[in-house]
Design a protein around this ligand. Structure first.
Ligand SMILES: Nc1ncnc2c1ncn2[C@@H]1O[C@H](COP(=O)(O)OP(=O)(O)OP(=O)(O)O)[C@@H](O)[C@H]1O
Length: 315
């Protein structure tokens, strides 16, 4: 079942730019420039792109914060702006930079207020909160006012707040921004656990590609407000010719002019006792089989950061 649909979605902003010492002229910025996309129930989609690509603007249109300039958008069968109140019951939203919690209240009280606002039956609320408390380790800071929480603690609170009414779709804008390694892992594991149920649909924007690798089967890359890739991470590697690397340690230096068909020797170090091959069409086994005096080896998977950086640079 399609839960999110965008057809020819556009958002133009009119901005005033300096055009001389005293003059300013109007210019139109197409933040989202004709996006067609549909997302099915249960999909976990990474929505990425360089700064200013239009990610937040898209999320704002999907969540009813911004009215599109043109095109159609529907989320859970609703039109986000005119049906915003009904939509709020079906979606959860976490914008990393903004809070939906009450700054002066302890987390526990924020959660209880949200139960009243969304009119969640007490048992349902209690069951969801229990799950979040255990998966996100909330108990140590449930009674502390939100303003005194660390960023990582607050983010765990934000995720809980976004889920207590049982939304079908979760929109996350940079949920791990500024978090330390441990908190990032806690947030990712929590989201992975939620996704494992197969019911929750998740749209995630992030500049941290480890979030995507850990969570998302599908990757949508946008640039200048347009979709430039829509597919799996593997498809991205295939498209950009990413290749695995084989690093070998040898007991004797690699013979001069050493060649293996289907692999390219990228570099040698330690007087030829360490060599790095890129596997073009050959298997690691074929290279290893032809190496003299092999002591140790490791295979390095292609790095998604490199591929995405190349994609961002492609005009
Ligand atoms: N309210 C606004 N008024 C004018 N221009 C805007 C407004 N909001 C966004 N823009 C412009 O629209 C473009 C897309 O911005 P958006 O915030 O959607 O990008 P983003 O992909 O989320 O970027 P980032 O990764 O930096 O958060 C940018 O050129 C931005 O300057």
């Amino acid at each position: 079942m399609t839960l999110i649909s965008m057809k020819g979605l556009r958002k133009d902003f009119t901005v005033r730019v300096k055009a001389g010492r005293l003059r300013r002229e109007k210019r139109t910025v197409s933040a989202v420039d004709g996006i067609d996309l549909s997302i099915e129930q249960g999909e976990m989609v990474g929505y990425i792109g360089p700064n200013g690509a239009g990610k937040s603007t898209t999320l704002k249109m999907l969540t009813g914060v911004l009215t599109p300039s043109a095109g159609e958008v529907s989320v859970c069968g609703l039109r986000p702006v005119p049906q915003r109140t009904r939509l709020a019951l079906r979606i959860g939203v976490v914008f990393g930079q903004r809070s939906q919690l009450w700054w002066d209240l302890p987390l526990r009280d924020s959660f209880s207020l949200l139960r009243h606002i969304y009119r969640v039956p007490p048992q349902e609320h209690a069951a969801r909160l229990k799950r979040c408390r255990s998966l996100l380790d909330l108990d140590d800071f449930l009674d502390i006012p939100v303003r005194q929480l660390s960023l990582g603690q607050r983010m765990r609170g934000e995720l809980t707040a976004a889920l207590l009414h049982g939304p079908s779709v979760l929109f996350l804008d940079e949920p791990t921004i500024g978090l330390d390694v441990v908190s990032k892992q806690a947030v990712r594991s929590f989201l992975a656990e939620l996704g494992a149920g197969g019911d929750l649909t998740l749209v995630l924007t992030t500049h941290d590609l480890a979030d995507i690798e850990r969570l998302c089967r599908r990757l949508v890359v946008i640039d200048h407000g347009r979709v430039v890739h829509d597919g799996t991470i593997e498809a991205l590697h295939d498209r950009y010719g990413s290749r695995r690397r084989l690093v070998v340690e040898l007991d004797a230096p690699l013979p001069a002019g050493f060649v293996v068909p289907g692999a390219e020797l990228l570099s040698t170090e330690a007087d030829g006792r360490r060599a790095v091959f890129e596997l073009t069409s050959s298997s690691a086994g074929a290279v290893v089989g032809s190496l003299p005096a092999l002591r140790d080896l490791s295979l390095v998977e292609p790095d998604i950061e490199d591929v995405v950086a190349r994609l961002y640079r492609t005009p």
